[in-house]
Design a protein around this ligand. Structure first.
Ligand code: PLP
Length: 407
């Protein structure tokens, strides 16, 4: 038998979401199959935007004709989409990102993992705590996390976030090579200001680090001082890779499309000290291991840059933010501390009374019949919090919150 990657044994069984589902099912069955409003949803619920659907229909029709059929596309993505992104997501906002810096993918999750192919196994990885669990698990599988001791991986650097630092981590005392930052953040829902992010860019420049900036939720940014792209910070194009997704922006969680920006100015070193362009490494990695995102998805994604598409995206993200705001304000009315929900579909909340995340989850479920996600599932610093999302319908969100306030 072959030897397998032992690191898989180190991964903790991912019981969080299945445990949430199991507890909801058992609560329902003990209570005459009562209705539970799902406020733990991490997926969009609004159907595909009209503008995107029309573009995807057209793409399918093109593929049906011998005159316009397409097979394999460019591994980096079609120029029509790379150009639109460069123009609308960057140039329009005064940011100089070239289309050749942009690589279209089948979503952010795969890129976040695959980027691990281009940096050395020895790199010290820093992750926010709490964070989207993928950064940690990818590092475990790749052998960069070390051993799990006392609730932490001993080779990972944890960037602690809590209310005392507005959920924006302080700079580490030691050197981190790869730094995963995510803003607006999942799970806390908090954004980052230019001033705060500038410090990270400066740190990366001083230490020769690379920031992997996950801005999957940039389309939810509403406040002017909150950063949408890491490249808003001067010099970031020499130290940062930006990973983006159309999933929450435009309902692509099932269709799959996203992109990663690897600027040409970003450099690395081989073991013999010779300097290499990370863009060319990523290009080599992608052309070897990826055959491009589907033409249909890319045509759909292109439609969100039309005037109608932009309107649709704004309306859908506004809808989720409105729900999140209702959740946040309602929780505050019953005495919770609640964060996020302004530039994000997520609300991060704590009663601050010493109860742990699962106890809070249970009490919200038992008393008010709605579900949440226990914050401890996102890292040690999530203990004592729950995450709620604005992805349910407005009606369900209002009903759940009314039930809580009127109780
Ligand atoms: N990054 C963050 C912070 C997320 O919350 C998610 C999805 O929930 C992703 C990336 C993955 O996005 P995609 O659907 O593009 O793989």
């Amino acid at each position: 038998m072959i030897k397998v990657n032992d690191n898989f044994r180190k991964l903790s069984a991912s019981y969080l979401f299945s445990e949430v589902a199991r507890k909801i099912a058992s609560f329902k069955s003990d209570n005459g199959n009562c209705n539970v409003i799902r406020m733990d949803i991490g997926d969009v619920t609004i159907p595909m935007l009209h503008s995107v659907v029309a573009a995807m229909h057209e793409a399918v029709d093109e593929l049906a004709l011998s005159t316009s059929f397409r097979g394999y596309g460019p591994e980096q993505g079609y120029p029509f989409l790379r150009n639109l992104i460069a123009e609308h997501d960057y140039a329009e906002r005064g940011l100089a990102i070239d289309a050749s810096d942009i690589f279209i993918s089948d979503g952010a999750k795969s890129d976040l993992a695959n980027l691990g192919d281009i940096y050395s196994r020895d790199c010290i990885v820093a992750v926010m705590n709490p964070s989207y669990p993928v950064y940690v698990d990818d590092s475990v599988i790749d052998g960069r996390a070390g051993e799990f001791v006392g609730g932490r991986w001993n080779r990972l650097m944890y960037l602690d976030c809590n209310s005392y630092n507005d959920f924006v981590p302080d700079l580490p005392k030691q050197k981190a090579d790869i730094i995963f930052l995510c803003f607006p953040n999942n799970p806390t829902g908090e954004g980052i200001t230019k001033t705060a992010l500038s410090k990270w860019v400066e740190y990366a420049r001083e230490n020769g680090s690379v920031i992997i900036y996950d801005s999957a939720y940039e389309a939810f940014v509403r406040e002017h001082d909150i950063v949408r792209s890491v490249y808003e910070i001067d010099g970031a194009d020499e130290v940062a890779i930006e990973v983006r997704s159309f999933s929450k922006t435009a309902g692509f969680t099932g269709v799959r499309c996203g992109y990663t920006v690897v600027p040409h100015k970003l450099k690395g070193r081989f073991a013999d000290g010779s300097v290499v362009d990370l863009n060319s490494l990523w290009n080599r990695r992608q052309t070897t291991m990826f055959n491009g995102a589907s033409y249909i998805s890319q045509k759909g994604a292109a439609a969100i840059y039309t005037p109608a598409g932009k309107k649709d995206v704004k309306a859908a993200t506004d809808y989720y933010i409105r729900n999140a705001r209702i959740i946040k304000e309602s929780l505050q009315k019953i005495g919770f501390c609640a964060y996020g929900g302004v530039n994000s579909p997520y609300v991060w909340a704590s009663p601050g009374d010493g109860r742990n995340s699962w106890e809070i989850f249970e009490s919200l479920l038992q008393k008010y019949h709605f579900s949440s996600t226990p914050g401890s599932g996102f890292g040690q610093n999530g203990e004592g919090f729950v995450r709620l999302t604005g992805f349910n319908s407005l009606e369900n969100t209002q009903n759940a919150m009314q039930m809580m306030i009127n109780a």
